[in-house]
Ligand binder design. Structure first.
Ligand SMILES: [Zn+2]
Length: 184
């Protein structure tokens, strides 16, 4: 998006105070869900639904690489004992650890479930679509973040990850379905 793109979206979202003044990288809970969902909505407004979706996926990947990944290492997900686990167990253990991370350090609530061989990432309280209404799932940032997390856990494999239900569309949870068999 470049700096001017970021500034334009912050302007659209009436968040001028954040221009060139990004929030600190810490674990304080002072960045509200309403701001997160407002920003994802403005991305779609500025770049269209398809463009906004593509950008949100990339933002999600960046969120993993520049933020969440360091916690994965802290949680032991880079240790030899973990690396030697078979892939399905690795994904299951990794997903549980990352869900726990969100549940502990943010107000986002995530529950993992297994169903028909798939891993279900249920976001029960979701910052991405907070107070939004939409006809289709809109939590693309979470999909990008999970795609990147799965690639990292598996040493670069690519998985089918899809948001099937969304609170913004009237569903009970934002549920992202992960097929644990890699495509590549
Ligand atoms: Zn959501």
């Amino acid at each position: 998006m470049g700096r001017s793109g970021v500034n334009a979206v912050l302007n659209l979202a009436s968040l001028r105070s954040l221009i060139e003044n990004y929030p600190p990288d810490d674990t304080n809970l002072d960045f509200p869900f309403s701001t997160v969902s407002n920003l994802t909505e403005m991305l779609e407004q500025a770049y269209g639904p398809r463009g906004g979706r593509g950008l949100a996926l990339r933002v999600g990947r960046a969120c993993f690489n520049n933020g969440v990944r360091q916690y994965g290492a802290q949680m032991g997900l880079t240790e030899m004992a973990f690396r030697l686990l078979p892939l399905p167990m690795k994904l299951q253990t990794g997903a549980k650890a990352f869900a726990e991370l969100f549940n502990t350090f943010t107000d986002q609530q995530v529950r993992i479930e297994e169903e028909n061989g798939n891993l279900l990432w249920h976001i029960e309280r979701c910052p991405l679509c907070w107070e939004r209404r939409a006809s289709d799932p809109v939590c693309h940032l979470a999909v990008g973040l999970l795609q990147e997390a799965l690639g990292w856990l598996s040493g670069g494999r690519i998985f089918n990850v899809e948001e099937k239900t969304c609170i913004a569309a009237g569903d009970k949870t934002c549920t992202i379905v992960i097929d644990p068999s890699p495509i590549f």
